[in-house]
Design a protein around this ligand. Sequence first.
Ligand code: FES
Length: 221
Amino acid sequence: MDLPTLQPFFEDKPELLQEILDRYPLGGRRSALMPLMWEVQRAERHVSEARLHEIADIVGVTATEAKGVMSFYSTFHEHPVGRFHLQVCRTLSCKLAGGDELYRALVAETGLVSGETDAAGTFSLQNVECLGSCGTGPVLQVNDTYHERVTRTRLAELLAEMRAGHEPAPTRERGGDNVSAQKAARAEPAAEPAAGGPAEGPADAPADAPGGSSDEEGGAA
Ligand code: FES
């Protein structure tokens, strides 16, 4: 297979490479596979075939073995993702809390479906399995940051920040154990009961509902 000729990623990062390899005992270099892939992805937004071969050589496994590890984790991307990689949990708890509506709202807003990246490289969208925050669904992960109980209003805020080029600050919603000044200060009308629907979550105002049902304006200031 012809691979593009490019400078090896770790060629000018010997200290970083050594620091990662030193985390593991001699003979256990293959354990560095994922940390090395992570470094590449963090810099290049994906792990290309060429980088995968480089990493496989470093840790002493075949490229096929390395690819087997990489393909197991949705965290790693074979193709470049957007500057803002949007991951929507599609597992049951989030579904019940409005995960499908959240996904459809993102499809409508970005024009993407799961697995796609926009032409400008700004957004990419991915449906993923449980993100481990099941009590605070629906969960949207933007790059490495969780956003929980994402209502339509909150989604509009997040998208506005990203379109302005900013990575949204993390917010934590812990379903009652830290109902906080933060939440009060934000004064989001998320708890506004929607007729026949759940009290919170984007189910109260999905963007896939043309005309936007009853809370169209939603306070998205
Ligand atoms: S079900 Fe969505 S985070 Fe677990």
